[in-house]
Design a protein around this ligand. Structure first.
Ligand code: ADE
Ligand code: ZN
Length: 350
């Protein structure tokens, strides 16, 4: 169908409306990164936890990051207000309402169990609270949502293996595993054994690589961990051979533009390499990463990127379609969403 849409008929002025309306998938969103300061304070009060910030404004004012680690320190502190199943449900539900408003038809949510089990919160509490919100989203909003469990790479592989053991009774509640947290100094190969085990279990595999880390981390995520998508991956451009490989294999990159600016991976949005990645034929998707911390949910990411990178309606279509095709759902469900996407573009091109 895409070859019957005349993209040139869609005026630039209508792009913001189109970006908003197009059905899309979000594939890189840390649910703990959707905790808005207001909710952090509300949960702290509900759970009688004292925060080291005096107000919502003071907390928000601390969101001036210089790199990934400076963000992670605040992000883990924010997550400390989550104690009960209801807390996890409320956090995920708040995000899913935003996703619905942004015309997200499907989302694959990262969660970091070790951030919570380390504080004595049982794995079961985390996964059940998140699952009930995902099920409610399908029922009440028509938004499809599934979970990807991430291992924290600053912790040991033994810790990740122990987390996997705790997760096994709930194997049906998550579709895959990922690798996140401090990238530099924690290469993918550190987690070779736990990913091999997850692969045997038939889980989907993804990993953050090439956000702050070098292109070799992307190569090893592919060759050692056997991941199906690369989260971020923007530093792949430093290796022409890797770019050629990613394009040839059709490996999706879950790029997070506002995150990259906030964490100083690129100085400004005009410096972001998303358009270059597209021009190299890479399967780029747009995502929000940690929207409560980085200044916007999915559509804000699209709007900010299109405002500064001279992208057009054809690019919008490619990005939305990539997100649907790179998701871990059946080919039938992908085809149904792609057909919805085609209809929206056909209306705009009419
Ligand atoms: N955890 C939450 N957001 C992250 C990011 N952008 N990179 C690595 N780990 C994360
Ligand atoms: Zn991330």
């Amino acid at each position: 169908m895409s070859n019957t849409i005349d993209f040139s008929r869609i005026a630039k002025a209508r792009l913001p409306e189109l970006l908003q309306a197009m059905p899309k998938a979000e594939l890189h969103m840390h649910i703990e990164g959707s905790l808005e300061p207001e909710l952090i304070f509300a949960l702290a009060q509900r759970n009688a936890i004292t925060l080291s910030y005096s107000s919502v404004e003071a907390l928000r004012a601390a969101y001036a990051f210089t790199d990934l680690q400076s963000f992670l320190d605040i992000y883990y502190a924010g997550a400390s207000v989550l104690l009960h199943e209801q807390d996890f449900h409320d956090m995920a539900w708040a995000y899913l309402l935003k996703a619905k408003a942004d015309h997200v038809v499907h989302t694959e949510l990262f969660f970091d169990p070790q951030t919570h089990t380390e504080r004595g919160v049982p794995f079961e509490v985390v996964v059940k609270g998140l699952t009930s919100a995902c099920e409610r989203a399908q029922r009440e909003l028509g938004v499809s949502a599934s979970l990807i469990m991430c291992f924290l790479r600053h912790l040991s592989e033994e810790d990740a293996l122990a987390t996997l053991e705790q997760a096994l009774p709930y194997r049906d509640l998550f579709i895959g595993v990922g690798l996140d947290s401090s990238e530099r100094g924690h290469p993918p190969e550190k987690f070779a054994r736990v990913f091999a085990r997850c692969r045997e279990l038939g889980l989907h595999l993804v990993a953050h690589a090439g956000e702050e880390g070098p292109p070799e981390y992307i190569v090893n995520a592919l060759d050692v961990l056997h991941v199906e998508r690369i989260d971020h991956g923007v530093r792949c451009v430093e290796s022409p051979a890797l770019v050629e490989r990613l394009a040839r294999q059709g490996t999706a990159l879950t790029v997070c533009p506002l995150s990259n600016i906030k964490l100083c991976v690129f100085k400004t949005m005009a410096d972001h390499n998303l358009k270059t990645l597209l021009q190299h034929g890479l399967k780029v998707t747009v995502n929000s990463d940690d929207p409560a911390y980085f200044g916007g949910y999915l559509n804000q990411n699209f709007l900010a990127t299109f405002a500064d990178l001279d992208l057009d309606a054809q690019d919008a279509y490619t990005l939305a379609r990539n997100s649907l095709e790179a998701s871990f759902v059946s080919e039938e469900r992908k085809a149904a969403w792609v057909s919805q996407l085609d209809q929206v573009f056909a209306q705009f091109a009419h």
